[in-house]
Design a binder for this molecule. Structure first.
Ligand code: NAG
Ligand code: NAG
Length: 406
């Protein structure tokens, strides 16, 4: 965990083949772009004020259905460029969700595909998926087809969507800076609406030990930044359950055998180099002091669009790439900047990792997605993802955090 913003690629095996990408330049867009977006004659249909979503009852899907219904009825997103779409006569009264395997658990490799049809006249919109997790991705897509006040829905379209990689995550370090459970839940919401599926929770490190381990209560009592900066077992359970309601698998990590300086507060005898910090070697040609670190967050994000994570691999080798995670170490970022710095970038990462690897290798793809990303950013901002200002890293016992003015 020495660097920030490292994309980790896990090479093991793959289930998904790379599908054909379509859909550019429609009046209403979906982020990230679905693998198939067929909208031959763009039109819109009014959303009935009595609109309902009917779906099979499910412990985690049902809360998602309630959440999306509320969002769909109240969001009233105003597209940056008002779409000139003729309105069909009958309002859309329902979305019907069907699932073939409702019992499928949210494990690595679970099928997240879905198809969505929104007719312009006669009958309900239909969302079909293999699993409840695919249905959640489809609900997100449907919510992005709804706009304006009174609400309208893009209609006469067919979408089929399947992620390119099955492991698509964000890692957050809660040791260098503490984030309350509310912040973690907000992050999970953002992960879900970007159709990522893993929250890698880097709970502990040398800087602090915020996790209350019932059998070893001294670890957090002495290792946390403060009394109110700890995660209890109930907090962890809440985060994991919240993840499931959003189709996000929570992977907690207790870093070891290195990165354990915070353990020494309770048990100094088990740590060899407590309160010492050795700077790792930088690769040649890098300039840490001028913000030029090869892993610095402000240097490299622009390259994400053009970065092909399977570049240089043979076709056989490419099939072994499972996906990746966006690492948010955040020792350099105070929380106010989270939305400004991370989410536009993380959304680009979604594009690279989640859906949009199509196109010719080596070609710049940034321009093509800029408008859609702008639109998406506005939606994300209105969904209240703004966080408050706070940073603990600078006061941690390991003085290795550089907070730059940016
Ligand atoms: C809307 O309908 C009018 C009248 O039928 C037609 O002339 C126009 O091309 C339509 N606009 C779109 C964007 O389909
Ligand atoms: C997921 O299900 C869809 C629809 O049945 C199918 O086309 C696709 O191949 C499946 N993908 C995986 C990875 O199982």
């Amino acid at each position: 965990m020495g660097c920030l913003f490292i994309s980790t690629f896990i090479i093991l095996s793959t289930l998904y083949t790379i599908p054909h990408i379509s859909a550019v330049g429609y009046p209403i867009n979906v982020w990230p772009k679905p693998t198939t977006f067929h909208w031959p004659r763009p039109q819109a249909i009014a959303l009935s004020p009595n609109f309902i979503i009917s779906a099979p009852g499910h412990r985690y899907l049902t809360p998602a259905v309630h959440r999306y219904l509320r969002l769909i009825l109240t969001e009233h997103h105003r597209p940056l460029v008002p779409p000139l779409l003729n309105l069909t006569s009958q309002p859309l009264a329902a979305l019907t969700v069907t699932i073939s395997d409702a019992a499928a658990p949210l494990t690595h490799g679970v099928n997240e595909s879905y198809s969505l049809t929104v007719p312009c006249a006669g009958g309900a919109a239909v969302l079909k998926s293999e699993t409840p997790w695919g249905a959640m991705r489809g609900l997100e897509t449907f919510s992005q087809l709804v706009y304006s006040k009174p609400s309208r829905v893009a209609c006469g379209l067919y979408i089929f969507d399947v992620p390119l990689f099955m492991h698509r995550g964000i890692m957050l370090d809660t040791s260098r800076n503490y984030y309350g459970v509310g912040d973690l839940m907000r992050l999970i919401r953002a992960i879900s609406m970007n159709k990522l599926n893993v929250f890698h929770w880097h709970i502990t490190d040398s800087h602090s030990f915020p996790l209350v381990v019932p059998s070893e209560p001294e670890m957090a009592a002495k290792g946390a930044y403060g009394e109110d900066m700890k995660y209890t077992a109930a907090d962890v359970k809440r985060v994991v359950e919240y993840g499931l309601e959003h189709g996000v698998r929570v992977v907690p990590e207790i870093d070891m055998p290195a990165h354990t300086g915070s353990w020494a507060e309770a048990y100094p005898e088990i740590i060899t180099c407590a309160n010492k910090f050795c700077r790792y070697n930088q690769p040649p040609g890098t300039d840490q002091e001028k913000g030029g670190s090869w892993c610095g967050p402000f240097k490299t994000w622009q390259l994400i669009y053009n970065y092909d994570i399977t570049y240089g691999l043979t076709e056989e080798e490419s099939k072994l790439v499972l996906g990746g995670r966006w690492h948010c170490g955040l020792s350099k970022l105070i929380r106010l900047l989270w939305i400004r710095w991370i989410w536009p970038r993380a959304s680009q990462w979604v594009k690279r990792c989640g859906r949009e690897i199509g196109g010719e290798r080596g070609k710049k793809r940034f321009a093509e997605a800029t408008d859609r990303l702008n639109e998406w950013r506005y939606r994300m901002v209105t969904r209240e993802l703004v966080l408050s200002l706070f940073s603990h890293c600078g006061v941690s016992r390991i003085q290795a955090c550089v907070i730059r003015s940016i």
